[in-house]
Design a protein around this ligand. Sequence first.
Ligand SMILES: C[S@@+](CC[C@H](N)C(=O)[O-])C[C@H]1O[C@@H](n2cnc3c(N)ncnc32)[C@H](O)[C@@H]1O
Length: 250
Amino acid sequence: MNPYETDELVTQYMAFHYGDSYFEVENYPAKCAQHCLQLMANEVGVATEKALDLGCAVGRTTFELARGFDEVIGVDLSHRFVECAVQLKEKGSLEYSTITEGQLLTPCNAELTELHLDQQRSKVRFYQDDACDLSDHHQQYNLIFAGNLLDRLQDPKQFLNSIHNYLMVDGILVMSSPYTLLEEYTPRENWLGGYTENGKVVSVLDGIKEALAPHFVMINEPIDVPFVIRETQRKFQHTIAELSSWKRIK
Ligand SMILES: C[S@@+](CC[C@H](N)C(=O)[O-])C[C@H]1O[C@@H](n2cnc3c(N)ncnc32)[C@H](O)[C@@H]1O
């Protein structure tokens, strides 16, 4: 079963996107969106009409991007994640539970008004779709954000080779990932890096640069963006993603 369809990950991601922060680490989906909006502000002449959030999960980055874009589309493969995001768009709030310990749960409520995101509801749409096989109506975005998606794909190289088709020339691609390189998601032969070849170290960032080179230049040095996912009241995943930004040049 796809783990992103389970109760466990639905509650974890609802809390990750809309719940408390831990260990003084800022809300990751919001932080990534702020970074994207700052980049758009710095890139003179790039419009902020349409953005695409690929692997949007339960939707926080999609809503956050709508603070600066006229329209934002969130796409995720998980039916249950998209269902949560759609509920939030339609009703403005969604109840969920987090795991305290074992079968003990704590009820929680995600409220868009509390996050000052109520105004953004009319600007977002969510679809269950495959980021590696997007329908034809996904065209001409000014920004594409893919948060922690790359290391969940079967063939990330193929994704990177085709992503320019959905962006305008001069449009911006932002990707974050902790490069976890798990064979259950990405078979070893499809890894972008994380190995040595002819005695030379190949990092995932090297692999991304090579795959994007025909259509993109990197803008700014990649930055570290930490995040914390709460599993139970006593267990947390503390991870550091690398966020890189690219401009489509042809
Ligand atoms: C590690 S989670 C990251 C979610 C979100 N961007 C965040 O940072 O919280 C990976 C997400 O990508 C989604 N996903 C995996 N493969 C996908 C694909 N081929 N197309 C669209 N979404 C996919 C999963 O359902 C999951 O929501």
